[in-house]
Design a protein around this ligand. Structure first.
Ligand code: BT5
Length: 323
């Protein structure tokens, strides 16, 4: 993208809540009105959706649906938290890249890629990451907290993701403790949280988030077609991934702030209301421990309490739950 185009685009983005006239843009950026008009036409041809209304001017509505370094920087430029973003066409795994980048960059950052050819879930399970259909990214935080506090991180992040889906994309997203988001009993998002630290506590959180956005059913491998879904399948709309990304990272910043400054008890009521595991007998597996039972409570420290058919209670820190 030429610098010239980017200047106009930045201006439009900074005024994205209003229309700005060609005259004003020209004056502010010290270029001719014809140049403004020509550049905006070129941007439209490149897939930017820019509304032009006579006597009111231009308003940027949507970016083209391809991850681009400059556009991402524009979005992150307004971030209160993340300092940089690394954008890729293809990587093995954004999580792996994030760990590598951390060797030279200790400030909070994001790694995002169109495609992961070796995306992974927890315990090295495969995470299917179809090109251009989803949001595959890793967020790096530098919190300096105790190891004990980290146990509730996933609960805050789950709510940020589910709330974004519900309020901005009108789908009935539910959280599945500890690290999945489901819609209509199908998995739409999974995330994994890794940390590095030492005896003084946690220094970095590396949170890899995978969200299926524009997948049709056939885009999933056969074994996932019964179990997985996408926002587009559930909402009936194509999702502009920048729109989703921007809405999500802002809510994640908000919930990260809450994680740092409050306790889980502050969000417990909402978390419980968003959760899809209550009132069902499910199989809980953690390491070699396996229990069929019903979830009864999430404790303030993030542990899940399950009661089995004999009335015995069991605690889990991070179990797999079969729906
Ligand atoms: C997770 O693991 O759900 C965490 C997934 C994290 C993926 C992100 S993408 C960005 C970053 N980079 C990475 O390499 N990873 C992170 P887990 O709870 O272990 O669930 C894995 C299981 O989910 C698999 O065994 C499949 O059954 C299922 N699965 C795989 N791909 C899926 C998809 N696209 N949609 C729904 N379910 C999927």
């Amino acid at each position: 993208m030429s610098k010239y185009k980017f200047t106009i685009l930045s201006y439009l983005y900074d005024h994205k809540d209003q229309h700005v006239s060609g005259q004003k843009i020209a004056e502010q950026l010290n270029i001719s009105r014809t140049a403004v008009w020509k550049t905006i036409e070129t941007l439209k041809e490149e897939g930017f959706v820019i509304e032009s209304i006579q006597n009111k001017g231009y308003k940027i509505i949507q970016f083209p649906d391809v991850w681009d370094n400059n556009l991402m920087r524009l979005l992150i430029g307004n971030s209160e938290y993340f300092k940089s973003i690394y954008v890729y066409k293809e990587v093995t795994s954004t999580q792996k890249m994030a760990h590598e980048k951390l060797l030279t960059n200790q400030e909070p950052f994001i790694v995002i890629s169109e495609v992961q050819n070796s995306g992974r879930g927890r315990f090295n399970r495969v995470w299917d990451s179809q090109g251009e259909k989803g949001l595959w990214m890793s967020l790096v935080f530098n919190p300096h907290i105790s190891f004990q506090k980290i146990a509730t991180f996933n609960l805050f992040i789950s709510l940020a993701i589910a709330e974004t889906m519900r309020s901005e994309f009108k789908v009935n997203a539910q959280v599945k403790w500890p690290n999945d988001i489901y819609i209509n009993d199908k998995k739409v998002c999974g995330f994994l949280t890794e940390i590095n630290g030492d005896s003084t506590g946690v220094h970095h959180i590396i949170c890899g988030i995978g969200i299926n956005l524009n997948h049709a059913l056939m885009d999933f491998p056969e074994d996932l077609q019964r179990k997985a879904t996408s926002i587009s399948l559930e909402s009936g709309h194509t999702i502009n991934r920048y729109t989703f990304f921007e809405a999500l990272y802002r809510r994640i910043e908000l919930y990260y702030q809450r994680f740092m400054t409050t306790e889980f008890s502050e969000i417990k009521e909402q978390y419980t209301a968003y959760s899809n595991i209550w009132g069902r007998t499910l199989r809980y597996t953690e390491g070699s421990k396996q229990v069929m039972g019903e979830a009864i409570e999430i404790k303030d420290d993030g542990r899940l309490i399950v009661r089995d058919a004999d009335g015995m209670t069991h605690q889990f820190i991070s179990a797999d739950i079969e729906m």
